[in-house]
Design a protein around this ligand. Structure first.
Ligand code: SAM
Length: 254
């Protein structure tokens, strides 16, 4: 078993636990010694921790996402998957990501970059990077392959772009100066993505990317509409609103 174990409660709530050999308080589970309680168990086993029966899950990306530590708002899987596909990110790529925040997007990027990729992150707020780096450290122990990771405790504008990037992803309140400072280090044919919660941010991203010499590939929103089994049979969209996360913009250096 890896250094980490993911436990799932019956209602789907997950917990990531480090297999240390001492009694520690775990939020929602109480005090227990992980090594003694879980050390001889395997994936799929059911264990009793305190009053709860829990299932040991594989340490895969969806389980890491659902059990990750959180502080800054994260990019969800629907947007992360779209960004990765539209940017064409894969093994061997060098990707610049800012801000790191809680590392939600970074976990998706690390999974697809593999050990031949390089993830470069920037985050000026250490109370955010503390969480993001913890999530990445856990993922590095759980994934079969993990990229080289370089982190800067600074705004992305201050990074000396010694590497040439295959892709850049910017998730921050104000994108313009980050676009202008990072585009010179984007490879020809490489793409830059902006994650912009409001339409005015999206418009600014469009203008800044155009001013920086990029061609807009795509701008818009990914809508996620879940379906379920209806009580009288058949399938239909589940009740509830279709929520908004952010607008996305993809631009290319041509
Ligand atoms: C919403 S969070 C990012 C969340 C992250 N994408 C995730 O999925 O977990 C936005 C972050 O951008 C950081 N930020 C703001 N301006 C920045 C800049 N110029 N350079 C780098 N990071 C910046 C903020 O401190 C904040 O932590």
């Amino acid at each position: 078993m890896s250094e980490y174990v993911i436990l799932r409660e019956e209602d789907g709530k997950t917990h990531i636990i480090r297999l240390v050999d001492k009694a520690i308080k775990h939020k929602g589970l109480g005090v227990f010694n992980p090594k003694l309680t879980l050390g001889s168990c395997g994936v799929g086993d059911e264990v009793l921790v305190g009053q709860k029966y829990l299932t040991i899950m594989p340490t895969r990306l969806p389980e890491l996402i659902s059990s990750m530590a959180r502080r800054a708002q994260t990019i969800s899987s629907k947007d992360a998957g779209f960004l990765i596909t539209k940017l064409g990110v894969g093994p061997g790529d060098t990707v610049l990501e800012a801000g790191l925040g809680s590392g939600g997007l970074s976990l998706h990027l690390a999974r697809v970059l593999g050990s031949s990729g390089h993830l470069i992150t920037a985050e000026p707020r250490t109370e955010h990077s503390k969480i993001g780096l913890l999530n990445l450290e856990r993922a590095s122990k759980c994934f079969f392959e993990f990229p080289k990771h370089t982190h800067f405790d600074s705004i992305v504008e201050d990074i000396e772009g010694e590497d040439r990037y295959d892709a850049i992803i910017l998730d921050m309140p104000e994108h313009s100066s980050a676009i202008h400072s990072s585009v010179p280090f984007l490879k020809f044919g490489g793409r830059l993505a902006c994650y912009a919660p409001t339409s005015s941010q999206l418009e600014n991203c469009w203008k800044s990317c155009s001013d920086a010499g990029l061609k807009i590939d795509w701008a818009g929103e990914v809508i996620d509409r879940e379906w379920g089994i209806a009580s009288k049979g058949g399938m239909r969209p589940i009740n509830g609103p279709i929520g908004h996360t952010a607008f996305l913009l993809i631009a290319q250096k041509r």
